[in-house]
Structure formats: structure tokens, C-alpha cells
Write a protein that binds this ligand. Structure first.
Ligand code: FES
Length: 369
């Protein structure tokens, strides 16, 4: 094994094609040998809640770690197509520092190709490819590790899978700042869907200043301003971290603002489908041609150019998948595309477009991504 890794290192300074060739061979022998991608071994899988599993991963030593609240992109090959999705890290940095392990927690969503595959097709010892950790959702003062100094009093508000980055922050507080005053308000449909319920209830006994307030929307309904105020009467003195589906976050932000919370006291990250979720639309049907590879694929208005490129067998570049980083830029040769964030057509004289937010309308030709 060492000889092969040394071989890879030696040739790594050489240019593109040689690197690709070597990497291909190394991956065929063992995916963990890859130098172009970061392979992480699935160390353990834990059933966390209904249709939700935690995957404890062991990345190679060159992976640089993370801050609580950050996410990674996970890449899998499913039916011959490489697919990537972002998942928040749900474990504490301490686990990584001490054992070189970290976890993601994935809820299987209806029609979600990657989440379904992770929950049903991945076993321990499998290898998944991961990106470096990124994202700015997290507590600014979490750097104060090893000090045992309480952090500013904090309110976490989560719904569904939005608990995952917050769990990482809570674990961090438990390990380094256990006297911090903090509250978690957590909404799920029912008890079966409550992720980490055992751990969270256990923490209540361990941390005297931690209040855990679960809500079940099936029986109690959705979040209200009155409920938020009663769960955290001193809400205006707290730093607030909010994570969940967009509609939940929109309501919570509005209620928090009505209760006198300033914009700067609230940090948020959205999970789940965005309000402008794409659905089949016969008026947008057409064929997308990728001019360099010659690949083409039928489009039905329910997928972005990035998703269509992946489904056609290409391996496009991307980062955030949300219109922020411009990593997915490509050239439009011909045809109309819609910006899924604004719902408006992108002007025809704009050739450079972001594939992750562009939805083809009719026939479209673009450069490979
Ligand atoms: S992937 Fe970041 S803008 Fe498209």
C-alpha cells in the first residue's frame, strides 16, 4: 500500500492527463488511494430516527476538519452516474480531533436519489467521496475551546433535518463550554421523526443550563409567535441559530423580529425544498444538448441544467448548488433558460449562466459544464 501511495505522490506534480490516468488506476485498486478526490470510509451506521441514519466517516489525514455548523458535499456513483449533495456535519470537532472521525445524518426524502441510496444502499467499509467542509453557519465564539468559559446565552430553533448542524454545535458546547445557558426548540411532525431524541434528552440531565423543548406539529400545529415567546421569554437577549425548511424559517424570522430580535442576533441556514421547488411543466419540455461531449437529455422543466448534466453522464463542476459561488458557470450557446430563484427568464444576450439555478425552457444547447 505504501509503495503505491509513494508512487502516486511522485507523479503528482506532472500534468493533467497523467494525473487522471494514475488516479483512475489507484481508484480501481482502492478508492481510498485517490488523490484527485477525498475518499472517506464508512466506519459505522446508526439508525437515528424514522428513515434517518447517521454515517460515521473516517476521512484521510489530508482532510482538514471542520467547524461546528459547517457542511460537506458527498459524492456517490449511483447507477453509473456521479451525484453530489450537501450534508451538514452532525458530530463535534472533538471526535475528529481525537479519533479522526466525523458524522453526517441523512433523512431519506421522497424521490431523493442520493438520500435514498445512502439510507438503503451504503454499508460499513464502503467509500464515499467528500469535499472540504464549508459554510458560515456556526457560532462565532466557538473558537474558545478548552477554556471552559460559558458562551453568550443562545437559542437554537430547528425543524426536521435542520437539527443536524445544530447537533454539532450542541455537542461542542457540551464538551467545551458546558455552563453555557442555551435552549433548543425543535419541531418535527411526530415523535418517530425526532432525530437525536435520545441524545438530546440525555443532555438535559447532563447540562443544567440546557432546556430542550420539542414540539410535534401533528398534534400541536406549526410554530407561532406566542409559542416562541413562551419557549424563550428572554429571546431578545439571545444569539439565535435557526435551521429548517424555508417556510419554517420565514415564519420564525418574522415572529422573532416582531418580538424585538435584531437581524444581527439571528443566523440561519435553510434545509429541505425551497419555495420554488421545480415540478413537471409540459410548456418547458425540450432537449438539452451538451456541445462538447455530444451528450443530450430530455428536459421536463423539473430539473436544473446541473442536474440534467449529471443525469446525462457528465461530471460537472459545482460548489454550493444554490446560486452563490459561481463554480457551476457554463456557456449558453442557444435556447432559453429560467432563473429558478427569481422565476424570470435569463436575458438572451447573457451567455454565461449558472447551471445550478438555470432551468431549460424548450430546446437548449450549452457547453459542457
Ligand atoms: S454551484 Fe454555486 S453557483 Fe452554482
Amino acid at each position: 500500500m505504501r509503495t503505491l501511495q509513494a508512487f502516486s505522490n511522485k507523479f503528482w506534480q506532472h500534468n493533467g492527463q497523467l494525473q487522471n490516468y494514475i488516479d483512475f488506476i489507484l481508484c480501481e485498486i482502492d478508492p481510498l488511494f485517490s488523490r484527485q478526490r477525498i475518499g472517506a470510509e464508512v466506519f459505522q451506521i446508526i439508525n437515528e430516527a424514522e428513515n434517518t441514519k447517521t454515517f460515521i466517516l473516517r476521512p484521510p489525514s489530508r482532510w482538514e476538519g471542520f467547524k461546528p455548523g459547517q457542511y460537506i458535499s458527498v459524492e456517490l456513483e449511483i447507477n453509473g452516474v456521479r451525484m453530489r449533495r450537501n450534508y451538514s456535519i452532525s458530530s463535534s470537532p472533538k471526535l475528529f480531533r481525537e479519533k479522526q472521525l466525523f458524522s453526517i445524518t441523512v433523512k431519506e426524502i421522497d424521490g431523493g436519489i442520493v438520500s435514498t441510496y445512502l439510507n438503503n444502499g451504503v454499508q460499513t467499509k464502503d467509500v464515499v467521496y467528500i469535499s472540504a467542509a464549508s459554510g458560515s453557519f456556526g457560532m462565532d465564539d466557538l473558537q474558545s475551546i478548552d477554556t471552559n468559559v460559558p458562551l453568550s446565552s443562545t437559542l437554537f430553533v430547528a425543524a426536521g433535518s435542520g437539527i443536524t448542524p445544530i447537533m454539532s454545535m450542541i455537542e461542542h458546547i457540551k464538551e467545551y463550554n458546558p455552563d453555557t445557558v442555551f435552549t433548543l426548540v425543535y419541531y418535527t411532525t411526530n415523535k418517530e421523526q425526532q432525530i437525536f431524541s435520545k441524545r438530546l434528552n440525555g443532555l438535559k440531565d447532563l447540562l443544567p443550563n440546557f432546556s430542550f423543548i420539542p414540539h410535534l406539529t401533528e398534534s400541536e400545529g406549526y410554530i407561532t409567535k406566542e409559542q416562541l415567546k413562551s419557549d424563550c421569554p428572554d429571546i431578545t437577549t439571545r444569539n439565535i441559530y435557526l435551521c429548517g425548511p424555508q417556510a419554517f424559517m420565514d415564519s420564525t424570522k418574522e415572529y422573532a423580529s416582531d418580538l424585538g430580535v435584531s437581524d444581527t442576533a439571528l443566523k440561519f441556514e435553510s434545509f429541505g425544498s425551497s419555495p420554488n421547488t421545480l415540478t413537471y411543466n409540459s410548456e418547458k419540455e425540450g432537449v438539452v444538448n451538451f456541445t462538447q461531449s455530444g451528450n443530450s437529455i430530455q428536459s421536463k422543466g423539473d430539473k436544473t441544467l446541473l442536474e440534467l448534466a449529471e443525469l446525462s453522464g457528465l461530471n460537472p463542476k459545482y460548489g454550493c448548488r444554490n446560486g452563490i459561488c459561481f463554480e457551476c458557470k457554463c456557456s449558453r450557446i442557444d435556447g432559453q433558460v429560467l432563473n429558478r430563484l427569481t422565476g424570470e427568464l435569463i436575458p438572451e444576450d447573457q451567455s454565461q449562466i449558472q447551471s445550478c439555478i438555470s432551468v431549460p425552457v424548450g430546446n437548449v444547447s450549452i457547453s459542457d459544464l
